[in-house]
Structures are given as C-alpha cells and as structure tokens.
Design a protein. Structure first.
Length: 238
C-alpha cells in the first residue's frame, strides 16, 4: 500500500485507497492509512479480511484483527478478574465469550474467575451467567461447600436443603437462603453453630451470626480461655 512518495522521497501509504488495494488489507485487515503505514483502523477493516473469514478475527483491537470472544483487553484488569468483563468495546469492558468468564482461553477456568468461583461460566448479553446446571456443578462453591449447584435465573443460587445440609450451617449458622447465598435467619441457627461455642457468634444480624451481648460471649471458649467476654461490634472482646 505504499504507493505515494513523501516529501523526503520515501514510499508511503498516503490514502485508504492505497491500503485497500494492497494484499495486507485483503489478508490482515490493514486497510487504513495512518502516518504513512497501512494499519487496522476499524472493525470494518477486519470484517472483509481473510483472517476474519478463516480464523474469526473480525474485530479491531489495538491495531490488530482479533476474535473478541478470546481476546483479553489489558485495560479491563480488575473487571476481567472479578466479573469476566474482559474485552473493551465502545469504551466499556464486557464479556463477549465464555473464555472471559473462565479467565483464560483454555478449557480449565482460572482459580479466581467468575466461572470457577461462582459457576458463572456462560457469556450472555455482556455478562457472565450460569446458563445451565453444569455451570454451577463445576464451581468451587458447589464442589467444596455443596451449595449453589443448580442454575436459576442466571445464577447458582443455593436451595434451602443445600444450606441446611452445608458445612457453613454447621460451622457458622448460615442455614437458610438469604438473597443469593446461605445466611442466618434466626438465633437458633446461630446458637447451634460451632462459631457460637468457640467465638460467641450466637445472635443473628443482617443474615450473619455475630456476638451481640455479654451472654453470647460468656459461654464461648474465647471468654473462658482468653477472657474476651464483652460483645463489641459483633465480636467478643476484652
């Protein structure tokens, strides 16, 4: 596409038409003239390229034609790790493909990805969701805590039975569905938990078991062993 002469006597790409007539446009989507070179300037450049037809590299990103469903934009950082919003499009980071929800182009999800943590393994309308029970079943929460193993409304919401039978019920009194997770709904759940006996977390507040009174702390190991017998901000303290 370097079909024009510069003032210094070098051959340069002066117009988009120069680039569009070149092999690099047809092959790689480098159809836009910029600073004397042919570059990928837009999605339209990629759409007509050989790379798009053969490899699915149909969107422009950082000067290249890419497959947005398997491309991780550097600017998306924390949003990518936490939500699977890994491809920057129109000024915002979004989940375009299931790879974004897994945190990797590989089949095995990354440890901190939405898919591995919460079963949100399917990209849908820019977000990662649980589209099927299999998404939830392979999640760390289902495998280790045995809760949130079925998909409902795009999320892996635990059932009442899962919460009641769970380790977090026995250990922390989180024995009922509260919102989208297991939580505590009455003091009896808290009083039956291990954390009540050990740490005085025997009263329910905002879906959690906490220490609200001297009575909560008084019978707990932290009081008899460490003399932490006063309830302060939900914990037993000296």
């Amino acid at each position: 596409g370097k079909c024009a002469a510069s003032e210094e006597g070098a051959c340069i790409a002066k117009t988009n038409d120069d680039c569009k007539a070149a092999v690099t446009c047809q092959k790689d989507g480098k159809c836009t003239a910029e600073k004397g070179e042919c570059v990928v300037g837009s999605d339209a450049d990629c759409a007509g390229s050989q790379q798009c037809k053969e490899l699915g590299l149909c969107n422009a990103d950082q000067g290249m034609c890419v497959d947005p469903s398997r491309t991780f934009s550097a600017e998306c950082g924390a949003d990518c790790k936490e939500k699977g919003h890994c491809f920057k499009k129109g000024g915002a980071c979004t989940a375009v493909g299931d790879a974004h929800c897994r945190g990797t182009a590989d089949d095995k999800p990354e440890d901190e990805s939405p898919c591995e943590r919460l079963g949100l393994c399917t990209a849908q309308d820019g977000d990662c969701v649980a589209a099927k029970n299999e998404d939830c079943a392979q999640s760390k929460r289902c495998r280790k805590e045995k809760v949130g193993c079925e998909a409902k409304g795009g999320k892996c919401t635990p059932t009442e039975k899962e919460c009641a039978d769970s380790q977090v019920c026995a250990s922390s009194g989180l024995c009922a569905v509260v919102g989208e997770d297991c939580g505590a709904t009455d003091n009896a759940q808290c009083k039956a938990s291990a954390r009540c006996k050990l740490e005085g977390h025997c009263s329910v507040k905002d879906g959690k078991c906490v220490a609200l009174s001297g009575a909560d702390c008084g019978g707990a190991m932290v009081c008899t062993k460490d003399r932490r017998c006063r309830a302060v901000d939900g914990e037993c303290s000296k």
